[in-house]
Design a protein around this ligand. Sequence first.
Ligand code: GH3
Ligand code: MG
Ligand code: MG
Length: 600
Amino acid sequence: MGWRSIDRRAPGALRENRGHAPPGPHPLTSAALQPTQERIDALNAEAYACRHEDTRRALALCRQASALAQSIDYVRGQAYALLRTALCEFILARDHERCKSRVQHSLTLLRSLADRAGEAEALNLLGTVHSARAEHDDATVAHRQALVLRQALNDVAGQAGSLNNLAISLRRLAHQGEAVDCLRQSLALAQQVGDVRAAGYARLNLGLVFLDQDDPEPAAEHLGQALIDVHSTTDRALECSVHTALARTRLLQGECDAAQRHLQQARVLALATGDIGDLTRVQLAWGEVEQAMGRLPAAEAQLRAALATLRRLQDREIEADTLRLLAHNLWLQNQAAPALSLLGEALALATAQAQPNVAAQVHRLASDIHEALGDPAASLRHFRAYHVLMQPQQRSQRETNRQLAAALEAAQQAERRKDEALVALERQTEQLRQLTREDGLTGVANRRWLDLQLPREYERSRRFGHAFSLAMIDIDDFKAVNDRLSHAVGDSVLRGVAQLLRHSCRGSDLVARYGGEEFVVLMAETAAADALRTAEKLRRAVQAHDWASLHPGLPAVTISIGVGSWDPAADSECTARDVLAAADRQLYLAKQGGKNRTCG
Ligand code: GH3
Ligand code: MG
Ligand code: MG
């Protein structure tokens, strides 16, 4: 394969173009035994051509080329032999330090010869080696220099490769916005020269950067297209990565079945290519799916097995993120102490590997756990660290995140103003916390918070043998409000319904906006009959509200509700998602039955 994943956040991966440059200046022309320049060039070209299929043979060819070049003082031949040796050593994952010094030596020689194509190839490899050593600043410098050279040489395919690799380093430096820009340009150039495979990689990496930002819609769009692209190539490793990334996308969208189908395909492909690293990433994603479906012990088994393989392979790229997932899983099982100890390990690794985005997620989880343990000081410390690390990413995110960044900046200014600073900062931080948990429009919990709380609350109820219920609520004929009045009135109705829901149920219930005009109310320790009574209370409160006072001509707003419950005496296999699906089915029945009613 011409590309290698060097930066893989669990379980997907940005894949890097390791060596794009054309295979040296000359084709294999003769079998002459004389150490002519042509023969040396031919050996170097052949080494490049077979670098992936038979890397050891390629290394032997380089050694031969190098010896011959030295014997006739052929500097250019010497430079390419060095460069290709370094490339082969990198593919074989040998000593990166020695590899780097070889590339630097060849770079000096190629510059002295003013061989700009060679210089670009050397810079590309240098950037990739820096990336592998977690030297991301140096990597971006090298990739940018290669890009400039390839622009001057009008090497469009090369530019696409450099932009892809640059994006990988930018992402590692938590500059997601710039990474997206580079990948978009890479994609456009790949399309311009009709390089479907390069387009596929750009799309895969675009999808992964959007996944970093928990933004599944654009991720799904790019990955879906990548899957189409990849089918016209023979690159099964790429296809495997696309399926794994699609699985994570579907997971974010709450579609566990679709996620599993993608993982099944990814698994078959990883077995076919025999790439243990890819297989491990599939296993990790399986763990995430099991976790999302509430099968926590099964998730733990998958995650621990993946961790063991990563350690055996000494694959540090996603080890920290795996530890974080495992810690999350333990926390969902209310094992706070081991979870925190794993997070400590994850943080040390993420720091050593220069992975600010992973470190940020670790801090976020640690903050949640400390809060639940009643240690607000530790929680606040982790929460601040999270926001400081996330700062560069937030510039590229959507509106709510822009608000967050602005609030954070205000909080940082406050810190500088000594005396009142601490109080102000804590208030601001609390606001930030609210923003990350709250839906910006309605002020109730957002989907992210619901997704975090649902399995936790459910597991807690199960552990103590308490019943658990939830209501799924959908506003009736809401589209007509938008269409007949305006979107602004529609938004006011959403806020109004959210307020009514919040005030009509218990303080211990969690009201969340599920999406669009749908809400979910979590009712821990509540059996089906009580949940149905509460749901009816909610429905009547909305119906009885004086909606015309919100906007003249606004007809009475009504809601339909489906209730799902888990009874401790019943099915032990039932997961939180099953309860949600049951509520959704009941909601459908309520709509079918004529709306403005509760079913359960
Ligand atoms: P039903 O009774 O079957 O639920 O019909 P409906 O019109 O409520 O459902 P439908 O799913 O057809 O329409 C939902 C509408 O909600 C469409 C979408 O434009 C609107 N919507 C989703 N999010 C928002 C939002 O944030 N603000 C506003 N104003 N409208 C939104
Ligand atoms: Mg709806
Ligand atoms: Mg509706």
